[in-house]
Design a protein around this ligand. Sequence first.
Ligand code: 5AD
Ligand code: SF4
Length: 447
Amino acid sequence: MNFSDSEVVASILKNKGYELTDNSKDASLILLNTCSIRDKAEQTVRNKLKNFNSLKKDNDKLKVGVLGCMAERLKEKFLEEEKIVDLVVGPDSYKDLPNLLNEVENNQRAVNVILSKSETYGDISPVRIHNNGISAFVSITRGCDNMCTFCVVPFTRGRERSRSPESIIREMQELSDKGYKEVTLLGQNVDSYLWYGGGPKKDFIKANEEKKKNSIRFSQLLDLIATSFPKIRIRFSTSNPQDMTIDVIRTMAKYENICNHIHLPIQSGSDRILKKMNRLHTRQEYLDLIKKIKEIIPNCGISHDIMTGFPTETEKDHQDTLTLMEEVKYDYGYMFAYSERPGTYAARKFDDDVNNDIKQRRLEEIINLQQKHSKERNQRFIKKTCPVLVDKSSKKSKEFWSGRTSENNVVVFPKQNFSPGEIVDVTIEDCTSATLIGKVKKKSIAI
Ligand code: 5AD
Ligand code: SF4
C-alpha cells in the first residue's frame, strides 16, 4: 500500500516540478513513507532518519519529510521527537504536499494528518517508481473498518472507502496502453469493496434506493476488470475471511486472466484468540471458506498471515494454529510475533503477557512448519507445465529468468530467447520450499 501511495506522491510532486533521484546526496527533499504495523517497522524508520543527519550537514537546503502511518499516528509529536524532520504528512493528505512544501521551503515545519471520508487519489495517475513496466499496483479501497484489536491501521488509515470503478478502469487503461502485463488490486480489505457513488462504506446504509440498486461490489468490479482487460493478469490483496464471498471465488474461476491465488490471513487457529482479536469469524468458518475455494478452484494458491503470542495465547492456542496450518497446507505465509501498538484496543485492555522468548519460539515453529508445507505444495507442480509471467533475472544466476505462476509461485528457468513481460510455458523439474525450477520445452503464446 505504501509502495503504491509513494507513486501517488511522486505524481503530485512531479506536478510541482520535482524529479526523482536514486541518489540521496542529490536530493533536495527526502520523503520516508512509513509503516506502524509493528514496533520494528517504526524503529527502522527512526534509524533511517538518523542516517539523514550527515546528509543534512552536507546540504543545508535538504528537507526531510515523513509520510504514511507513522506520520498519522505520531502527528506533531514526530517534530518534537525527531528534530531532523521538517514535514509530517498522513496517508490522506498528500494532495496538500505542494502547500506544505511552500511552508517548508520558507524554513517552517509543516504537518497535515487529516483523514478523509472519501477516496482521495482516484483522479491521480501514479508515477511508477520502481518500474519494471510489467506489474503494477492499483489501489481500489482505502482504510479499514474491521477494528481487529491488535491493529493500528484503522487509526492511521481511517474509515473504509472505495474508489469509483471509472477511475480504476481509467488507471487500468493507462497501464494497458503502456504494455503492463499484471495488475494487483490493492486494499486493506478488497472483498469489502463497495461503490455507491462515494463516501464511507459504513454510510452505505443511509444511501438512497437508486444508489443502493446501482452499487458495485468486489465480485462485479473483478468481472468488469477481467472482461475489459483480457490480456492483463489480475491479482488482488488482501482478502478477509468474513468479507470474501462465493461470488468472488466464482468470478476468479470464470476468468483465465484472474490469477489463482488468494491471500487469506487467519492470524490464529484458536477460536478463543480469534474472538479476542475481534476477527469476526471462527476457525470452522475459515476452514469452510478454504474448502469452498478448493472445490471451485482446485489448484488455488493460498497464503496467510499468522501472528504468535497475542495476549493470553497458551500452548493449546498455539497448537490450534499449527493444526489449522496442517489442515489448510498453505503455499506460503507471512508470520509475525505480536507487537503491542499504542492506542489499539488490545494495548488498552490486555496485558502483553506472552514473554518474548515464547513468542519467538512459537514463531519459529510456525515458520518451520510453513517451510515444510511450502516444499510439499511446490512438489505438486513437478512434471507439470505452467504459464509463467517473466519478471526479472533470477537473483542467484544471471543465466536464469525469474517469474511467477498464476498461483504466485516463483519459477526460475534458463533464459534462452525469452524476455521479461512474456508469458512462457515452463515445465517444472525440481523445487525448493521457495522456488520452482524448470525449463521451457517449446515457446508459448502470450495470453
Ligand atoms: N503485531 C504483529 N503483527 C501484526 N499485524 C498487524 N498488526 C500486528 C501487530 N500489532 C500483522 C497481521 C496482519 C499483517 C498485515 O500484519 O498478521 O495481517
Ligand atoms: Fe488491520 Fe484487521 Fe483491518 Fe487487516 S482487517 S488492516 S488486520 S484491522
